[in-house]
Design a protein around this ligand. Structure first.
Ligand SMILES: [Zn+2]
Ligand SMILES: [Zn+2]
Ligand SMILES: [Zn+2]
Length: 346
């Protein structure tokens, strides 16, 4: 993500700010301009979820501007994508809802920035996008995606709960933003790959998605996690089914693009140690030479150097690796396919 400056005093301000802490100007995120802008203190175009979801966005000019929240006010384009949320009197659920909406705004910002569609279900009732943000405290909830509807278990906003799940599932990384990036990846497979000329290449790289999904998942969870997936998949879960492989690879593509762009915005360049890091990103370059391949190679090279430095920095602070994954040539080849599909939208 880029860095933002206050429109009044040019101080550094952050994506979630609704006020400049230096000069006191009221700020709001203008989605059309992809920028934080100075607004009047009583700005009427603010999203109605300002208090319950800490939303600092202005209303869209587009069709979603007509969406109303349960309290009756008009919602911004990000909040309007949420179809279901906890009841007002579910205090724990509402606190987790605010956290999830914050992660969703970051997701929507990046999708806009990349130029990917986020067609709301209100506009396309059959294939459009909607989020059900539900708390498993009240009822059983399974995080997942089905035909444009992304369901998120808000209980994962609770750190001890999410961390316990992460350990139980032997995952090296688990975050709300990561869930959102993964689940929306499933939707983009429906929209950008299924039934398109990309489908054949998808099957070559990821496998045949017509394989029975429920059976594949059952088999995946039934056997102990070996290491046979490591050379070919970005995570153990990615090996469960070609759809999960795509969603995991897509999520990592968003992780890498965002973090690399953030580093560039802050002037972070990795100039050392004096090692040849190019060996680490030796994707199979002999296939699909394409105008987008060069931009992906650049992204991959910057990322590998940056990721090694970030992991080293985290270890200096006694923390686990920031990016506890290994991008093998096979994984980079799949990720480059994601890049080509995503870039073709523009
Ligand atoms: Zn200011
Ligand atoms: Zn909002
Ligand atoms: Zn999935």
């Amino acid at each position: 993500m880029r860095a933002f400056a206050c429109g009044t005093c040019r101080s550094l301000v952050f994506f979630d700010n609704d006020r400049c802490l230096t000069c006191g100007s009221s700020l709001a995120y203008d989605r059309g301009r992809q920028d934080l802008v100075v607004v009047a203190a009583d700005e009427p175009r603010r999203c109605a979820n300002r208090v319950i979801a800490n939303c600092n966005w202005l209303l869209d000019d587009g069709p979603s501007a007509v969406a109303t929240g349960s309290a009756g006010g008009r919602l911004c384009g990000s909040c309007a994508l949420t179809r279901t949320r906890p009841a007002d009197d579910d205090l724990a659920g509402m606190a987790a809802f605010a956290l999830a909406e914050g992660a969703k705004r970051r997701l929507v910002y990046q999708l806009d920035h990349i130029g990917l569609p986020t067609t709301p279900r209100a506009v396309d009732p059959e294939h459009g996008l909607a989020f059900d943000l539900l708390s498993s405290v009240a009822e059983p909830v399974t995080t997942g995606h089905a035909s444009g509807v992304v369901t998120i278990d808000l209980a994962e906003g609770d750190d001890p709960h999410r961390e316990a799940l992460r350990v139980q599932l032997a995952e090296p990384y688990r975050t709300m933003l990561g869930h959102l990036r993964h689940e929306i990846g499933h939707w983009y497979w429906d929209v950008l790959v299924d039934g398109t000329p990309f489908l054949d290449r998808f099957r070559e790289l990821f496998g045949n998605e017509q394989r029975d999904y429920a059976e594949a998942l059952q088999e995946h969870y039934g056997k102990p996690p070996g290491i046979d997936w490591m050379d070919t998949h970005v995570s153990h879960y990615a090996a469960a089914h070609p759809w999960e492989d795509w969603a995991e690879t897509f999520a990592h593509y968003l992780h890498i693009r965002d973090t690399t762009e953030t580093a560039a915005a802050w002037g972070v360049r990795v100039g050392g140690p004096d090692l040849d890091l190019s060996l680490a990103s030796n994707a199979n370059l002999d296939v699909e030479p394409d105008e987008h391949v060069a931009t992906f190679e650049e992204l991959a090279q910057s990322w590998i150097a940056l990721e090694m430095a970030l992991n080293a920095l985290n270890r200096s602070m006694g923390k686990d690796d920031l990016y506890p994954f290994r991008l093998t040539p096979a994984v980079l080849t799949k990720m480059r396919f994601v890049h080509v599909v995503v870039t073709s939208v523009r």
